[in-house]
Design a protein around this ligand. Structure first.
Ligand code: ZN
Length: 61
């Protein structure tokens, strides 16, 4: 019994522990020149920061 299953090796997601390069708000790569540092994270701009700051689920009644 030989389990010969030639399954294609899928590129596994390796643990990427690089510097944050994407905006947590819009998930776009942040340019070095255009970055907005707030609370230990980089954002595209103040708008993205505000967007990521306030939770979308949290609605004020
Ligand atoms: Zn952004």
């Amino acid at each position: 019994m030989s389990a010969e299953t030639a399954k294609p090796q899928a590129p596994e997601a390796k643990p990427v522990e690089e510097k944050q390069t994407n905006c947590p708000a819009c998930n776009k790569p942040i340019k070095k020149l255009k970055r907005y540092y707030r609370n230990g994270k980089f954002y595209c701009n103040k708008r993205c920061w505000a967007k990521a700051t306030k939770k979308p689920k949290e609605e004020k009644a």
